[in-house]
Design a protein around this ligand. Structure first.
Ligand code: FAD
Length: 485
């Protein structure tokens, strides 16, 4: 009897635990299914970039399945109803899927599980998308969820490394679904009502493997071995760029960790070892935020520390729009926002600077920024995104940036883009501005501005706000909110 493998955020064939188990249980008679979920498509939270990524990865997955003699069955609607219909049509004996820890997904999957059990069918869900599951790691004594990243990561390392030894292979052959089993075509973005202005990277399982191999290629000057320093330089390709693959599962998190763990067995200098260790720690942040939201689902709408919801945000729509468009007058912030608007991706350091600028310098509610990132990022992930925004706002408890530590966008720019290479790449108006002025172009003498054809206020905006003033204003707003009962 066939079984259904329900693909969701795991669009690959290799090291796919649900697929592997489904193949074993059915001698390859697996019906691979993806359901466009109306509730997700139409809630306005997910943007064109992530939807575009999903469509490209589904096309690649269908192609890869066809290489094995099978094909992807695509349906559209309410997942439970669609699965019920598919079970009826195929006489499948059960459904296999990898677990998703977001509140909406848990509710959806629980309903599916309940129905399957009541119908006497098999329901099998698997630990797949994270290294350590949210329920798998709690404080030693009280068995409470971790709030502090530093303590979390120590215990995480004890558990996570074992996962690097537990990879499962891709199937080599699949029994094709019946020829008359209907499948909708993979829609275009326009079919789904989206318009994408940004350029997406090449996507699919093969592209993800290539990104991983490149990042671990020791011959490259910017491999993982240099990560510890290079990750702080937005002008360099010093990070893996795998976030889009990890988001929709065109690569497994275990494949990533395995490469890192394998590399650590080779002779490495202390600096190189540090590069690999630091990268593994970034993978831990991903698990950390997943468990934080799993245990505190209200975080998706509120500050984890509720006192931060008392802040009197200014929420100026014109300033928000200037920030969105990369027109704040702060070159590093504008470069970041324009990178996002062009490439659907932004370097992590600049995400931190830009988020801090929106929340602290402009006093705009972190939820506004979070929502904009969700719309624009190709790796948009409610857990990491919400975590990143609440970190910047200081509102996510002990692992957040303390509210009184306010990034200075000029100092950050000088430190992380010392020659203005990143700025010039994304803010062409500033291409000819000398290094001396690139981080604060409004300090250029007027004659030089005229000479360069870069007059502040005409060719490039004057700063939206003075950082020194904005800093004091933010501190006052935060203090007032935190002092309230
Ligand atoms: P690398 O540096 O190569 O890191 C490897 C992987 O570790 C990443 O691909 C990612 O999966 C994970 N990772 C790294 N840093 C973090 C982090 N701080 N939190 C969680 N996971 C991390 N990441 C997303 O995947 N989706 C988001 O929507 C997202 N929104 C963010 C919003 C803000 C305000 C901030 C400050 C950070 C956000 N991040 C988000 C985290 C981080 O910026 C990206 O994961 C990273 O820039 C992706 O680039 P990379 O793949 O080259 O990362």
């Amino acid at each position: 009897m066939p079984v259904i493998c329900w693909f969701r955020r795991d669009l690959r064939l290799a090291d796919h635990r649900a697929l592997h188990a489904a193949v074993a249980a059915s001698a390859g008679e697996v019906i691979p299914v993806f359901i466009f979920d109306d509730a997700i498509l139409h809630d306005g939270y997910v943007g064109a970039a992530l939807t575009g990524v999903t469509l490209a990865m589904l096309t690649a997955l269908d192609h890869d399945l066809r290489q094995l003699g099978s094909r992807l069955i695509v349906r559209h609607g309410q997942p439970l109803a669609e699965l019920q219909a598919l079970v009826r049509e195929t006489q499948a004996s059960g459904v296999y899927w990898n677990r998703d820890y977001l509140p909406y997904a848990i509710k959806r999957d629980t309903a599916v599980k309940l129905w399957l059990r009541q119908a006497g069918l098999q329901a099998h869900s698997f630990h797949d998308s994270v290294l350590v599951e949210p329920e798998g790691l709690k404080t030693k004594g009280q068995q409470k969820p971790y709030l502090v990243f530093g303590s979390y990561v120590k215990r995480w390392s004890e558990l996570a490394y074992a996962q690097a030894e537990q990879l499962v292979p891709a199937p080599t052959k699949l029994v094709p679904p019946d020829a008359d089993l209907s499948s909708l075509p993979i829609p275009s973005l326009a079919d789904l009502g989206f318009e994408l202005q940004q350029t997406l990277p090449t996507l699919g399982e093969a592209a993800a493997q290539q990104r991983l191999s490149q990042f671990f290629d020791r011959r490259r000057s910017l491999s993982v071995l240099k990560y510890d320093d290079a990750r702080e330089l937005p002008a360099e390709a010093g990070t893996s760029q795998l976030s889009v693959d990890l988001r929709m599962g065109s690569i497994s998190i275990r494949q990533c960790l395995q490469r890192a763990v394998d590399l650590l067995t080779e002779p490495l200098s202390a600096e190189q070892r540090q590069g690999v260790d630091t990268w593994i720690k970034e993978l831990a942040w991903r698990d950390y935020y997943t468990q934080l939201i799993y245990h505190n689902p209200q975080m998706l709408k509120q500050s984890l520390d509720p006192r931060y919801d008392q802040i009197e945000w200014r929420n100026d729509p014109a300033e928000f729009s200037a920030w969105q468009q990369g027109q704040t007058g702060y070159p590093i912030v504008d470069a970041g926002q324009r990178q996002l608007n062009q490439m659907a991706w932004m370097h992590n350091r600049v995400r931190m600077i830009s988020a801090s600028f929106l929340v602290k310098d402009l006093l705009i509610d972190w939820r506004w920024g979070e929502r904009y990132f969700m719309q624009q990022l190709c790796d948009a992930d409610p857990t990491a995104n919400n975590g990143g925004w609440q970190w910047a706002a200081g509102s996510s408890g002990p692992s957040a940036q303390p509210y009184f530590r306010i990034f200075n966008p000029i100092a950050q720019s000088k430190k992380h883009d010392p020659h203005g290479t990143y700025i010039r790449r994304f803010v062409p108006e500033l291409a000819n501005v000398p290094n001396r002025y690139i981080h604060e172009p409004w300090t250029m003498p007027q004659t030089l501005q005229e000479h360069l054809g870069c007059v502040i206020g005409r060719d490039y905006p004057a700063p939206l706000v003075d950082h020194g003033f904005a800093r004091e204003r933010a501190l006052a707003a935060y203090r007032e909110a935190l002092q309230q009962p």
